[in-house]
Design a protein around this ligand. Structure first.
Ligand code: ZN
Length: 203
C-alpha cells in the first residue's frame, strides 16, 4: 500500500502560490521544496486539509480562502511609530519584515508599510492577510516523521539537524509602550530578509 499524506508524515512539497489576479507571490525552487510536518500546523490550515490523502507524485490545485489562509486583514493592526524608536542603524526598506521584541519580551512580526522622515508605519497583519490563495502543488517527497520531529512539531533537515535559528541581531528591540500583537512567534519562522515568509508557512 502506498503511503499517503496524513498526520505524522513529513512532506516535501513543490508549490506555486498565486493571488486572485494571477500574480505569483511565491514558489519553491526546483531543488528546495517546502518541507513540513503534516498535522502540526506548519502550513496554512486550508492547504494542509486539502493535501491529506495525496500520494507521492500527486499534483493538485488548491484554493484557500483568506480565513483558511492568513486571516482577514485587520486595519487596527497597523501602528505608526517614531523613527527614533527603531534602531538608528537599521536599514529600513519598504516591505521588509521585522521581528520585534516588546518590553515584555514578546515577539511579533511586522512589515514596513510606510517610511516617513520622522515616522514609520508598521503593519502587523501578515502580508497575505485578506487574500484568497491559489496553490499549485506537487508531492515530491513523503516519509514518516522521527520521534524528535513529532516532539518538536516540525521537520528537521536531511542531516537531521535543526533549522538554523535567526541571529539575535535581526531582532528589533522595541521600547515603546505599545503592546504589539498577541502572537508568540516561533523563532524559526522569523526572517527579515525583506521578503514575507514563505507563504506556505502558517504563522
Ligand atoms: Zn526541532
Amino acid at each position: 500500500m502506498s503511503e499517503v499524506i496524513q498526520d505524522g508524515m513529513v512532506v516535501s512539497l513543490g508549490y506555486t502560490l498565486r493571488l486572485a489576479n494571477g500574480q505569483i507571490v511565491d514558489y519553491s525552487e526546483a531543488d528546495e521544496p517546502l518541507e513540513y510536518l503534516h498535522g502540526a500546523g506548519n502550513i496554512v490550515p486550508g492547504l494542509e486539509r486539502e493535501l491529506a490523502g495525496l500520494q507521492l507524485g500527486d499534483v493538485k490545485d488548491v484554493e484557500v480562502s483568506a480565513d483558511d489562509g492568513y486571516g482577514a486583514y485587520d486595519p487596527e493592526d497597523v501602528e505608526t511609530v517614531e523613527r527614533g524608536m527603531l534602531p538608528a542603524n537599521l536599514p529600513l526598506e519598504l516591505g521588509m519584515v521585522l521581528a520585534i521584541r516588546d518590553s515584555d519580551g514578546n515577539y511579533s512580526e511586522a512589515y514596513v508599510r510606510e517610511i516617513g522622515d520622522r515616522e514609520v508605519t508598521l503593519d502587523f497583519n501578515h502580508p497575505l492577510a485578506g487574500q484568497k490563495l491559489f496553490f499549485s502543488v506537487e508531492v515530491l517527497g513523503l516519509r514518516e516523521a522521527s520521534e524528535e520531529e513529532l516532539a518538536h512539531g516540525h521537520p528537521h533537515g536531511v542531516d537531521g539537524d535543526e533549522d538554523e535559528d535567526f541571529d539575535d541581531e535581526d531582532i528589533v528591540d522595541f521600547e515603546g509602550d505599545e503592546d504589539f500583537g498577541d502572537d508568540d512567534v516561533d523563532d524559526e519562522d522569523i526572517e527579515d530578509d525583506g521578503k514575507p515568509n514563505r507563504p506556505g508557512r502558517y504563522n
